[in-house]
Every structure is written in structure tokens, then in C-alpha cells.
Ligand binder design. Structure first.
Ligand code: ATP
Length: 294
């Protein structure tokens, strides 16, 4: 189990870092093997900060992250099991390294003792697992591969490790619709084989499609969480209701009215998460927005 307990991350902002901004505020969640949890929120809600904190790229200001009960410490032992894939696959590659060098670096770093022939077998398997043809991709530079192929290659690279949890941060947002669904189906397949996925997205429909649990983040705080069917079917927090009502529908035209609830109803504050249905938590309490910059 990958667990976050009261994770808070503040940044120093303002002239000379004189102020702090709370990007993630007291977030707790569990991710089990074989489960996809979507982390949903608008731009600036703290999703990427939280994902980076899980990956050890940022240290939490408060709270803790544990893997099977042991404190998560960024390093080889942790990264064998927990990896991230990000929005822009091109930025994750060195443009002068062909794909075979990218996967060889995993061997050099983590499995120096594995025989070359066995390693080739593992590469072939992991590429096939993500629907890539080894003969087609291994000799190519990043610019010779499509965005979808690069995302798959990143996932294949992660699969070479003993991967158990994947942080997928907006990984489909730069892909066209059909490639997007291929990558989503790949995640669903990996999930069925036991991978736990933290699926970070601002796109509600993707969260609804792929996850069994949804966590809605607003101004760094969890405002609603629970089974995806409950959060999407019976949203209870004004912010979730606003988000859901803002999604354009294919079969309806916008009638010029404001689909959102009034901004003053959308709030997070010194408040608590209450369990309103089994497993379905909603933030209730003070309605003063609290993303603190102090
Ligand atoms: N390095 C940083 N220094 C200061 N503030 C930051 C830093 N990184 C992010 N922030 C601020 O923290 C808040 C949360 O940002 P974050 O990128 O985590 O949100 P997000 O939900 O991932 O947004 P997006 O979907 O646009 O990427 C924002 O107000 C952002 O401006």
C-alpha cells in the first residue's frame, strides 16, 4: 500500500521568498495494488505538486508518505517500485539518446548483474506489454517516435523495474483522442495485472473512465473523495458540482447561461472531511477560501 498521511507542501513565494503558498494542504489517501485513484482538480489545485511529492521529487513540508508501512525515501529501493510518467513525453528524453540507450540505462543503474541475453528478453517483454514492437522503436531517436509511442516507452521503461505504483500526471493530455484511449486502456490492463496508479488529471471524463476511486482537490485540499461512481453520480461538494456542471456535453449546446454554481459557494476552509455515504467523504465547514499565501 502506498499511503499519504496529512501531506502538506508549501512553497516560498514573493519577493525574496518572504511569503509561503500552501500548494497541498493536509492530504491523506491510500493507493492499493491493482487500483486506479484519480486525482482531479483544475489548474493550480496542487495535483502536480502532490504527484512530485509522492515521487520524492519534492519533500513534504509536513506529513508522511509510506510504502507498505515504511517511510518512503527517494532512492533506488523506492524507485524500483514507484515511478512517474508525465504530461510531455518529449521532455523526459535526451534527444540524442536512442530508445535502446534509454532502457540500457535502467540495466546499468538497477540490474548490472543481469546477463545481456536475459535483459534483452525483459526489454522485449516490457515493450510488448505496452503494445510496442521492439524492432520498430529501439533504434529510434525520440523525435522519430510519436507522442503515444514515447508515453508507452516511458511506461515500458518503468515496467523493467519491479513496478508496483505509477504516478501518471496528465499523461494523455498531449495525445490525440484515439491514442489517448489506447494509453488509458494500457493503464487499465496494467491495473488488472496488479499495478496501482495515481492518475492525475484535470479531465473529469478520463477520471471517470479509468478510476475506481476519485479524489477532488481544490486549492490544495481534498474537498471530496470516494468511489468514482459516488463522486460522479452523487457529487456533494459545491466545487465538485461546479466541475461536473462545467463539462461540455457532446449532445447539448451551451445556452449562454452560467453552468457554474456561484463562486462564493465554492470553498475550502478550516473544515473537516465527513463520511456522508460509506467511503464517500465531503469537506464540510467554514466556507472561507483558505489557500494561504502568508
Ligand atoms: N516551484 C514553485 N514555487 C512556487 N509556487 C509553485 C511552484 N510550483 C507550483 N506552485 C504553485 O502551487 C500551486 C499548485 O501548483 P500545481 O502545479 O501543483 O497545480 P496543478 O493542479 O498541477 O496545476 P496544473 O494542472 O496547471 O499543472 C499553484 O498556485 C502554483 O502556482
Amino acid at each position: 500500500m502506498l499511503s499519504l498521511e496529512g501531506v502538506t507542501k508549501t512553497y516560498r513565494v514573493g519577493a525574496f521568498g518572504a511569503a509561503t503558498l500552501t500548494a497541498v494542504d493536509d492530504v491523506s489517501l491510500d493507493l492499493a495494488p491493482g487500483e486506479v485513484v484519480s486525482l482531479i482538480g483544475e489548474s493550480g489545485s496542487g495535483k502536480t505538486t502532490l504527484g512530485k511529492t509522492v515521487l520524492g521529487l519534492l519533500a513534504p513540508t509536513r506529513g508522511r508518505i509510506t510504502l507498505d508501512g515504511a517511510p518512503a525515501r527517494p532512492g533506488k529501493a523506492y524507485y524500483r517500485h514507484v515511478q512517474g510518467v508525465f504530461q510531455d513525453p518529449f521532455s523526459c528524453y535526451n534527444p540524442v539518446f536512442k530508445a535502446d540507450r534509454v532502457v540500457k540505462m535502467i540495466k546499468d543503474e538497477y540490474f548490472p548483474g543481469v546477463a545481456a541475453s536475459e535483459w534483452e528478453g525483459r526489454i522485449e517483454k516490457s515493450l510488448k506489454d505496452v503494445g510496442l514492437d521492439p524492432g520498430q522503436v529501439l533504434g529510434r531517436y525520440p523525435h522519430q517516435l510519436s507522442g503515444g509511442q514515447l508515453q508507452r516507452l516511458l511506461i515500458a521503461r518503468a515496467l523493467l523495474l519491479d513496478l508496483r505504483y505509477l504516478v501518471a500526471d496528465e499523461i494523455t493530455s498531449m495525445l490525440d483522442a484515439s491514442t489517448r484511449i489506447d494509453v488509458l486502456n494500457l493503464l487499465a490492463d496494467l491495473k488488472s495485472r496488479g499495478l496501482g496508479v495515481l492518475f492525475v488529471t484535470h479531465d473529469l471524463s478520463l477520471g471517470n473512465y479509468i478510476s475506481e476511486r476519485a479524489v477532488v482537490l481544490y486549492r490544495g485540499q481534498v474537498v471530496e473523495s470516494g468511489p468514482t461512481a459516488a463522486v460522479f453520480g452523487n457529487p456533494l461538494h459545491p466545487y465538485t458540482i461546479k466541475l461536473l456542471s462545467s463539462v461540455p456535453r457532446l449532445t447539448a449546446r451551451w445556452d449562454g447561461g452560467d453552468p457554474a454554481v456561484p463562486a462564493e459557494e465554492v470553498s475550502a476552509g478550516p473544515s473537516t472531511l465527513l463520511e456522508e455515504e460509506p467511503g464517500h467523504f465531503v469537506r464540510r465547514g467554514d466556507t472561507t477560501p483558505t489557500r494561504s499565501v502568508s
